[in-house]
Design a protein around this ligand. Structure first.
Ligand SMILES: *Cc1c(COP(=O)(O)O)cnc(C)c1O
Length: 338
């Protein structure tokens, strides 16, 4: 085990010794390679550099109380990467290759899986890039799939405490962030301005409204939004948000715990009626929201400075499953024999 200050880790990049790579050439994937370099050497005309032919994923491994290493719903990440590949015409990584490489990279870096009880985990970042040279706008004929790891702490440094969110002005939003089913870097480049505006306003993340009418709630930065009222978990239905695996899992847990769930358009005007609101995602886990500040109108929606009871219950159940403390009735975790 490495000697790091595990409990103080931010959500950032920390070098781990190895990453794994696989190249797609002549219509097929090659052998899995292990690398100790943090760099890639690619063609200056690679499509990922010019046309953003690139997709990524994010998932986590957890060291449980029982010492076992669990990975959460990797098959869902594999599936979403495949739909991202369909979205921007890239070679697909099948489930088998995805899992083999994930397991290998975790095994190689197992000294960096944070100890139980520190609130930290080992983040896994799969990256698929078009490496073939093209100048015309067309898909590459060569790809590289890379997975690296980095130990991370909570995304919002407050941990499980309410964060503040800014509804940014339309002019600060370069593009919708989650475009349908695809998790691509280009959407994130377009979000950087909005993220900066939110930070400048003293908030942890921006809230995006639908970009046609600015009437409905879409997402919270790189996390989905949820609201709770009348024992019901409500999350937006929209074609411009990324389908979060965490959100889908929380919905199922909410049902298991006896809450109702709804997935439907949520108007901004409904915000005031929620008892609790939050953001959810692999990085954000469940982050309760304290205040939402509308930078256009200066209106502030205040949900208090303590996590609500339903968010807390959902958080404890989700995290409990991930660390092996709560029974994994849905079979979401794969225990890695490493
Ligand atoms: C990755 C991502 C999320 C969260 O999805 P999870 O599968 O829960 O990690 C939410 N919104 C956007 C835009 C994302 O890229």
């Amino acid at each position: 085990m490495q000697d790091l200050k595990w409990s103080e880790l931010p959500f950032g990049y920390v070098r781990t010794p190895y990453n794994v790579r696989c190249k797609y050439k002549n219509g097929k994937w090659g052998e899995i390679e292990v690398s100790d370099s943090e760099y890639v050497n690619i063609h200056i005309a690679a499509t990922c550099l010019h046309y953003g032919q690139e997709a990524f994923e994010g998932l986590k491994t957890y060291r449980g109380k029982d010492g076992k290493v669990r990975i959460f719903r990797w098959d869902e990440n594999a599936k979403r990467l495949q739909s991202s590949s369909e979205g921007i015409l890239m070679a697909k990584v099948d489930d088998k290759l995805f899992f083999e490489m994930t397991k290998k990279v975790v095994d190689l870096n197992k000294d960096f899986i944070p100890p139980y009880g520190t609130g930290a985990s080992l983040y896994i970042r799969p990256l698929l890039i078009g490496t073939g040279a093209e100048v015309g706008v067309k898909p590459a004929d060569e790809y590289e799939f890379i997975i690296f790891t980095t130990p991370v702490g909570p995304y919002f440094k407050e941990g499980f405490k309410p964060v503040n969110i800014a509804i940014i002005k339309d002019s600060d939003r370069a593009a919708p962030l989650g475009t349908g089913l695809i998790k691509i870097g280009g959407n994130y480049a377009a979000s950087l301005r909005g993220v900066k505006r939110a930070h400048d306003a003293g908030c942890g993340s921006p809230m995006y409204l639908d970009c046609v009418n600015r009437k409905f709630i879409d997402e919270i930065g790189a996390a989905n939004f949820f609201g709770i009222k009348n024992n019901t978990y409500i999350t937006p239905k929209s074609s411009s948000i990324l389908p979060s695996i965490t959100n889908k899992s929380i919905e199922e847990l909410a049902q298991l715990l006896g809450y109702k769930t709804e997935r439907r358009p949520i108007e901004l005007t409904e915000l005031e009626t929620f008892e609790e609101v939050g953001a959810c995602g692999t990085a954000a886990v469940i982050s309760p929201i304290g205040k939402i500040i509308d930078l256009e109108t200066n209106k502030i929606y205040d949900f208090g400075d303590k996590p609500g009871p339903v968010s807390t219950k959902l958080y404890e159940t989700l995290v409990g499953i991930q660390y092996g403390e709560v029974e994994d009735t849905f079979n979401w975790c794969t225990i890695l024999d490493i």
